[in-house]
Design a protein around this ligand. Sequence first.
Ligand SMILES: CC1=C(CCC(=O)O)c2cc3nc(cc4[nH]c(cc5[nH]c(cc1n2)c(C)c5CCC(=O)O)c(CCC(=O)O)c4C)C(CCC(=O)O)=C3C
Ligand SMILES: [Fe+2]
Length: 375
Amino acid sequence: MPDVLDASPYDALLLLSFGGPEGPDDVVPFLENVTRGRGIPKERLKEVGQHYFQFGGVSPINDQNRALLHALREDFAGHGLDLPVYWGNRNWAPYLTDTLREMVRDGRRRVLVLATSAYASYSGCRQYRENLADALATLEAEGLELPRIDKLRHYFNHPGFVEPMIDGVVRSLADLPEDVRDGAHIAFCTHSIPNTAADTSGPVESHGDGGAYVAQHLDVARLIADAVRERTGVERPWQLVYQSRSGAPHIPWLEPDICDHLEERHAAGVPAVVMAPIGFVSDHMEVLYDLDTEATARARELGLPVRRSATVGDDPRFVAAVRELIVERAATERGQDVTPCALGALGASHDVCPVGCCPARAPRPAAAGVDSPYA
Ligand SMILES: CC1=C(CCC(=O)O)c2cc3nc(cc4[nH]c(cc5[nH]c(cc1n2)c(C)c5CCC(=O)O)c(CCC(=O)O)c4C)C(CCC(=O)O)=C3C
Ligand SMILES: [Fe+2]
């Protein structure tokens, strides 16, 4: 028998994700769910719909979450962590509200949330918290007793998130033709967001150009680049670049875009590039289309060899990291003195989002933070 791990006071984990379409008929309603009230131009939506149709209308994200769910359950069982795991999405079935209702009916009273988003920002954090508040409001209106909901801290700098990505970059470099391998640059890729959203990402005191969003990505990029240099014995230039921009062209979003970056590197004589999608937890559509399809096609036109390195997905080290994060947070909630596990210069992120953290354009209730209207 393994030692028993203590998850109390928590009685359930909720894997909370984005959700994605599972067939052609799902694509338009999914996009409507995602973009409701967000002012994304129609042209952009048509284009993004095509990305999904090109893959049979199926996003891989749901199967990736099913695999993660399975791996978490196996890992918990194997380590004596007695904590049931549920799964709900913000934008597609199984919907968060339905999952949370099921959890309440199962008698769950203290829910810990694992979001499939590792960094600070409105899109990666508060929007998830707003959707949790919406779900709680619905259950409240149904007369159900509301559980207390906490959210695990941002895990971008947890070794179980960073180490699989180091391996991934090393593997991608090894996969490049030998004559371009040592000269290859690394492009660390993440989702572009509006500059204003980046500047206000994270706690108020960390605001500055690019805010916590950019600072956290730079910290991870530096960790990976340093480890890759140590492992391969070659110093390679790297840069943080962006992808998947939407929104009106006159509103500034984080740049450079990966495709422009590849052109610029090629023009500068760089012989190859590894694209490392550090902003994402699994190989979902933003990776499959924006990097593997669009950016890779651009590179081919240029004659620039590129490789795209792996996301963590259900890597056993990431799964173990989730378990460690749970045990750590549960101990903190029980009043124990805990040293949170984190790599890099920034240290562990806060457990509970402070007031004003990654604000929305229009204030809305958000659960699992200091400013939550719920207990
Ligand atoms: C920071 C960030 C992450 C990473 C953190 C996290 O993972 O949460 C992320 C993930 C994802 N984004 C996804 C899909 C989409 N995101 C969109 C739109 C937007 N994303 C934004 C930001 C982010 N997005 C923003 C600022 C917008 C503009 C509209 C708005 O301000 O809300 C749109 C609308 C069309 C478009 O314009 O692209 C779609 C379809 C999928 C699912 C992929 C699949 O199906 O496999 C995933 C995992
Ligand atoms: Fe997105």
